[in-house]
Every structure is written in structure tokens, then in C-alpha cells.
Design a protein around this ligand. Sequence first.
Ligand code: NAP
Length: 314
Amino acid sequence: MKAIVVTDQAAGTAGMKLVERPDPDAARLASLAGASYGDVIVEVHASGFTGNELEWPSTWTDRLGRDRTPSIPGHELAGVVTALGYGTTGLSVGQRVFGLTDWTRDGTLAEQVVVEARNLAPLPGDVDFTVGAGVAMTGLTAWQGLFEHGRLQAGQSVLVHGTAGAVGSIATQLAREAGAYIIGTGRAAHRQTALDFGAHEFVDLDHDALEDIGRVDLVFDVLGGDVQKRSAGLVRAGGTLVTVTGPPEARPADGLAVDFVVVSVPAQLGEIAQRVRDGRLRTNIGKVATLDNAVAALNPTERVTGKTIIHVRP
Ligand SMILES: NC(=O)c1ccc[n+]([C@@H]2O[C@H](COP(=O)([O-])OP(=O)(O)OC[C@H]3O[C@@H](n4cnc5c(N)ncnc54)[C@H](OP(=O)(O)O)[C@@H]3O)[C@@H](O)[C@H]2O)c1
């Protein structure tokens, strides 16, 4: 099969290469010969890649800390199940699926991927593969950050950083639907996009004073650093700062600071797919390219707003 691989961490996305790799072994998967309990093979139709994946240790080492290069990046997918491993439940061959794959295994920038069945949800027939791949990581991250870790309730206020970006745009829509008041942030050029996704107001982080917004119940942080530190001071007593950028660098004086890594939860993927189908959720896809053109697409010479999706099967 064709796949994108990386071997050199220092090279970043410029080190990505399109190569031939062996197909996953369906017969071995179905037997008890390998440690593949619960895995399925998915023919990838569309794949997503998160911008800083090549900085994640899991791209380079497995769970025992062993070098796993050349590794195939990309952990967001939509595709069709082609083979079932021993012990797999809930999926059938030919089924359309979407979800996230394990960070420490070969990923989705490939024609096929081996993935645990429990990480996948059915992709409804009327949701495009590109859309499915575009909303898996962003939708789950937004859902878990807002509702599980942030315990967002109707009537609360939430500061969503990076509102025009891949995760922020979905978080803004979900929070709006949940009845929250949303203050979006980003660069000056993102104002209209943020308002279009549902932010009630917008803070241009380069020119406006973040501190002018007053207090909020929840901060949803995708930026980290100084912006996160300043945001901690804006959290109301009993509120929460949720970040996806790693261990929190600041804590609210009388609230929680939570960081998390998204997990693939089929029930939540189902909620997300339903919202895409009925128009409550709009994906934020900036660019679509083929696998043959993926290396160039993932090394853009200009900024791409929204997610880049690799359409593996045209
Ligand atoms: N922990 C987890 O489970 C998890 C899951 C998903 C994502 N993440 C992380 O979340 C982060 C965001 O991911 P994403 O896919 O949403 O990225 P993205 O699409 O690039 O979104 C980030 C947004 O914030 C804007 N921005 C960045 N720096 C800014 C600054 N200094 N001032 C104002 N605006 C700024 C970006 O604008 P420009 O495009 O103009 O820079 C973009 O609109 C990444 O670090 C990713 O690794 C973590």
C-alpha cells in the first residue's frame, strides 16, 4: 500500500515521504497468531493530520518506549472496514466508519490502517468521508473539553481560544448549541469567521485586551503559553480552565485547571455525526489533497485556516 512515513523527528513535516509499505495481513489478524485482539483493517478514504503530531513522543516510540520508525502519521480517519480481527465486536466488513487511531501505532496517512474496533463508530451513509475525517478529532476534542472536563452548562460563559481554527470552531458551535455565551479569540482576520461559527463576541489577541472580557465560567484553551496564563485569571470562582496543549502552566485562583488528551468514544462520535447530518455542526476544512500530494499539502507555503484532509481514495 501507499503510505506517508516519517523517520527523522528533527526534519518535521518536511521529512514526510510517500512510500510503499506492506499491506496489513488480514489472515494473521483473524487468527490468534498476533497480538491483534479486537483490531480491524480499514480501507482509508479520508485522513486527518494534526499540525504538531510530529512533536508528540508517540509518533516516534511505542508504549514500551521503543523506536517505532518509520512511522505513519495521521490518526483521524473515515473509511470502510475490510477485515475483522479475532475478538472484534460491533463492526462488520463493508461498514463505513470514522474515528481516531492509537497514537502509538501506525496511522491513517495510508491506504489501509489497522485500528481497534472500539475506537470506531459507524459513519452514516449521507456523511461524506472527508467530513467524517474532518470532524473526528476536532469534534471529540471539543466535546470532551466542554462537556466532560469543563462541565459546561446552559447559561454559562466560555472563552474559546483559536475560534477560527479546527478545534475552536467546533467547540464554539457545540457550546452555542448547549446554550452558553461564547467569547471567541484569535487573530484580527479571524473575527468574522469566529462570529459566523457562533461566537457572541470576539477578542483579537494581538490588539484587544483579553482582560476586558471580565470573568468566565470556562476557558477552552488550544494555545497555551502566555494566553493560557492570562486566561487563568479570568476564571470565575468554581470555574475551570481546560487545555489541550499539555500540563497547565497556570491555575485559576479558585477553580480547576485540567489538561487532557482526546480519546475516541464511539457514542460521542455518534452525537457528532448526528449534528453534522442535521446541520447543527459545520466542519472547518481548509484544504483537501490526495495522498500523492499529501506531503506538499502538509507543508503549505501559506497559512491554511481549518483542517487539511487527505482524500486517500478519490
Ligand atoms: N490534547 C488533545 O487531545 C488535542 C486534540 C486536538 C488538538 N490538540 C492541540 O490543539 C491545538 C490546536 O489544534 P487545531 O487543530 O485547532 O489548530 P488550528 O486549526 O491551527 O487552530 C488554532 C487557531 O488559533 C489561531 N492562533 C494560533 N496562535 C495564535 C495566537 N498567538 N494568537 C491568536 N490566534 C492564534 C490559529 O491561527 P493561525 O492559523 O493564523 O495560526 C488558528 O486559527 C494544537 O496544538 C493541537 O495539537 C490537542
